[in-house]
Structure formats: structure tokens, C-alpha cells
Ligand binder design. Structure first.
Ligand SMILES: [Zn+2]
Length: 489
């Protein structure tokens, strides 16, 4: 049975009396009918013309839909099997010339990924700039001696000179491990962890660069990244995120794919992929935490808005898999590269399959008591990885097509007042704006009101009762990430 976000609710309603399962929806409908005169939507309808739409209306761009159809599960299979062929991709495995020539160790994996990006670039007339971020990590817990770590990435520059400064990024880690983090020689296939995420990054690069060749324009820049050092302590992503911060990158979104192989265990739910996002930002100062506490903004980090954006993409495009938002930084006892970006103040989320099989991660391949251990390609569902790649590609393309999110978004709180006045600065490329809002206890945006004129609307909705966001949209309907207003007194 497919897992659903509201399954807990259905379950509790269904427990006990058998008729309760059928009574519950009727009660909800009745409650909605009774509440209608008080609902924000109705309030708007009476005072301001047309009622706001539900914020969850799907809106797809046919060019993006066509681009994501090019994702190939077969290509993904080839990528993952190639990565596995390097035997051991531990960050402390071999990277000398002889090993690279022999096709073993992380050095060979790195050179192959770089060559793949270069091949895609050649196919799109040089549209990708292939780069490396190389540094030497000093000895630490899981790094016995000074070790060179290399992140490999491809940049698809934006088509608009000004908008190109905005960046969206997809990443996976190409390093692997077996049962011993300090073993750089015995097999560490890492097909799922994280051959799958690396394959997502590469496949997004292939199809979106091809889309550009087919004359689709992305005004903002897209970066396709493969990092190393994840298993030794997020070293590669930390270095790149710090570089992005130091160099002032306008990095709007980071999609980290780690363990998206859809392990073929019987309890797997291949219809969803989990999307983890932090609540309180790791980078928030004490003053910011105080403000968040005052405003009830615990569920409105930029990473959380990115997660909601992905939910919207999931409703708008047929990726083959639906995002299942998890309002939590990561799984228990685990971490990932998105956190390196969160620590530098960037919006970053983690994609991970619904149910992990821990016998197939971080394990030296072997059979014990009839149980087969090891992160092998045969446990990976390549179609599933393809679906996750489609969801990622649609998200990247949607963000890179959209105008910049509105800047300096404020909510006027100078006087006691039951209406809400919002203000913001115009965004480059915006044809209109949308104010979205939701009940303080709702997980996702519920209502949307279009603002076609000006950047200072007053809504007949009380700021005390809801959470607002403002997003920009272009003439074709591409939406930016929403920005939650700051109170201005
Ligand atoms: Zn991993």
C-alpha cells in the first residue's frame, strides 16, 4: 500500500469503531461548511472580489515536462555500475596515476565523473563549464594522513546576465565506504550510498544541458555537483559551502540526494521519496532565534520553503515519485551534505528513499547466516532513481526559470489592525506576485492571491492568525521561492 502523508490521521480515525473511518470525512466536510463564513478565503471573497485560489493548484511548463521525460533509468544504471566498478571509492582510497589508469579508487572515479560532465558539455556545444574544487584535508578522526579531496562540478550558466548570479545546485557524494571507514582497499561498492545520488546529479546535468541545446532558456545558473569526503565527515561539501559563502554566491537552493536507490526490500514504498528540511536554521544567530520564537516561525526556514516548493513541483509534474516532506534535518544517527550548506546559511534539503535497508549500506559485501550484506547494484531500483532524478530536474528547472524571489519583504505592524499590508521590492523578471498564506498549524501553503499591480497590497486577512509568504512570477507563470515577510514597525 502506498504510504500517504495523512495516514496517521486515517489510521486513528479508523481505529476503534468501524464506522468512524467513514464518519470522519463527513465530519470534516461539515466542519468546513460551518467554518466557511469565518475562513480567510470567504473573508477575502466578501471584501475583495474573487476568492483566493488554493495554493496547491498545479502549474506545469510543457518545456520542463518534456526535458524531464529525457531522464533515462538505463543511463542511470550505467552510471551506477561504472561507479561500482572502481571497487572502493573511499576518500582515503588510491588516487595515484597508476590506480587511475587501472580504474580503481576514488581518483579514477573522480576522473570519470569529470569526463562525463565534459562529454555532456561537448554534446550541448560547450554549454557546461566543468570545474574542480581541490584541497588537502589534514588528519582527523577518519582521515589518517593528509588527504587530497576533490569536488567535481559542472556549471550551466544562466541566460540572463543579471539573473545568472542566482544559483541552484544539485549534489550527491561519490565517495563510498564499507564496514570500516578506514578501509580504502576492500570492496566498497556504494551503489545506493551514494552512487544513486551521484547518478541523479549527472543525469540532471545531461538532460538539462540537452534542454538548453533545444533552446530552453534558464535565466538563473544551475550547478551539478559531486562531492567527496562525505563518509569521513562531510569534508567535501563543507569546503564547497564555505567557498560559496566566502565568494558571495547567491545560492538559493541545494538539493542533496543521498541514498535514493529505492532499495528493493519488501517494505519499500517506491511511490515516495523523503525530503528532509531543517526547522530552526543551523546558521541562525541568537537574535534571529528570538525573533523566530516571537513570530512562530519555527517551520519557515528557507530550507522548509524549499521543501514546500518541491512539494509543489511534485504536484505539477509527473515525476513518477511524490515528495514526502519530513520536517526534520535528517534521520536519527545520520547526517548529510545538506547540513554543510545549512551551516553556511543556505537553503538545503536532503532526498532519501522511503525505507533504507541497513544491511545494504556501509557494509563490506559478504553473506552471514544467510543474510547478504553490501551496497550492491542488484539492490538498486534504477527506475526509482530515474523518478527521483526527474523530480530533481523539474525542481532545478522550475527554480532556474523563475524570477528572483522578492527582496526586502515586510509586513506592516505599526498599528493594531486586523488587515495585513505587505511590501517588497520588485524582482527582476517578475510580471506579477502572489501572496500565499496558511493557518499557523498547517504544514503547507493553503491560499494564494495574485498581486498584479504594485508591491504594497492590503489583505483582509489577519496577520495574527496565519503565516504569509510572497513569491514572484514571470509572464509564463514560473514561481520563485516564497519569502516570509519580516515585521516592520
Ligand atoms: Zn551517503
Amino acid at each position: 500500500m502506498a504510504y500517504q502523508e495523512n495516514s496517521a490521521m486515517t489510521k486513528s480515525a479508523g481505529s476503534g469503531h468501524p464506522s468512524a473511518r467513514f464518519a470522519a470525512p463527513a465530519l470534516v466536510a461539515l466542519a468546513l461548511a460551518l467554518c466557511a463564513p469565518l475562513c480567510p478565503a470567504q473573508e477575502m471573497a466578501q471584501d475583495q472580489g474573487p476568492a483566493p485560489r488554493l495554493a496547491s493548484d498545479p502549474h506545469a511548463d510543457s518545456h520542463i515536462a518534456e526535458a524531464i521525460r529525457q531522464v533515462s533509468a538505463e543511463r542511470i544504471r550505467q552510471t551506477i555500475e561504472k561507479l561500482v566498478s572502481f571497487q572502493n571509492r573511499s576518500t582515503i582510497s588510491a588516487q595515484d596515476e597508476a590506480s587511475i589508469r587501472a580504474g580503481t579508487g576514488i581518483g579514477a572515479a573522480r576522473e570519470w565523473i569529470k569526463a562525463e560532465f565534459e562529454r555532456y558539455s561537448k554534446e550541448c556545444g560547450g554549454c557546461l563549464e566543468v570545474k574542480t574544487d581541490r584541497f588537502t584535508e589534514q588528519p582527523a578522526d577518519r582521515i589518517p594522513k593528509p588527504t587530497e579531496i576533490t569536488n567535481v562540478y559542472a556549471v550551466l550558466g544562466g541566460s540572463d546576465a543579471e539573473q545568472a548570479k542566482r544559483i541552484v545546485l544539485v549534489t550527491g557524494h561519490y565517495d563510498s565506504r564499507n564496514s570500516d571507514t578506514l578501509n580504502g582497499t576492500d570492496p566498497a561498492p556504494g551503489a545506493n550510498d551514494d552512487g544513486s545520488g551521484t547518478a541523479v546529479s549527472l543525469e540532471c546535468a545531461r538532460v538539462l544541458s540537452k534542454a538548453v541545446l533545444n533552446k530552453i532558456k534558464f535565466p538563473a545558473t544551475i550547478i551539478f555537483l559531486a562531492v567527496a569526503g562525505e563518509e569521513q565527515g562531510l569534508n567535501g561539501s563543507k569546503h564547497l559551502a564555505e567557498m560559496a559563502k566566502q565568494q558571495g554566491w547567491k545560492l538559493e537552493a541545494v538539493l542533496n540526494n543521498d541514498i535514493v536507490g529505492g532499495d528493493r526490500s519488501p517494505q519499500q514504498d517506491a511511490s515516495v521519496v523523503r525530503v528532509f528540511s531543517e526547522g530552526l536554521p543551523a546558521a541562525a544567530s541568537e537574535a534571529e532565534i528570538r525573533r523566530i520564537r516571537m513570530l512562530g516561525g519555527e517551520s519557515d526556514s528557507t530550507s522548509r520553503e524549499l521543501a514546500r516548493f518541491i512539494a509543489d513541483v511534485g504536484r505539477s509534474y509527473d515525476a513518477g515519485v511524490k515528495p514526502l516532506l519530513i520536517f526534520r534535518l535528517d534521520r536519527f544517527l545520520r547526517g548529510g551534505d545538506h547540513y554543510s550548506f545549512n551551516q553556511q546559511g543556505f537553503a538545503a534539503v536532503r532526498f532519501t528513499e522511503f525505507r533504507e535497508d541497513f544491511n545494504h549500506q556501509h557494509q563490506t559485501p559478504r553473506t552471514e547466516n544467510g543474510i547478504e550484506y553490501g551496497d550492491l547494484p542488484k539492490f538498486v531500483d534504477f527506475n526509482y532513481v530515474g523518478h527521483v532524478a526527474r523530480l530533481n530536474a523539474a525542481t532545478l528547472a522550475s527554480l532556474a526559470s523563475a524570477p528572483a524571489p522578492p527582496a526586502n519583504v515586510k509586513m506592516q505592524t505599526k498599528a493594531l489592525d486586523n488587515d495585513t499590508t505587505l511590501t517588497w521590492e520588485p524582482s527582476r523578471g517578475a510580471a506579477a506576485y502572489e501572496v500565499v498564506w496558511r493557518s499557523t498549524k498547517a504544514p503547507d501553503w493553503e491560499y494564494v492571491q495574485t498581486v498584479s499591480n504594485g508591491t504594497r497590497p492590503t489583505l483582509k486577512v489577519s496577520k495574527d492568525n496565519v503565516i504569509f509568504g510572497v513569491r514572484a512570477l514571470d509572464a509564463a507563470g514560473h514561481r520563485s521561492l516564497p519569502v516570509v515577510p519580516e515585521p516592520e514597525r
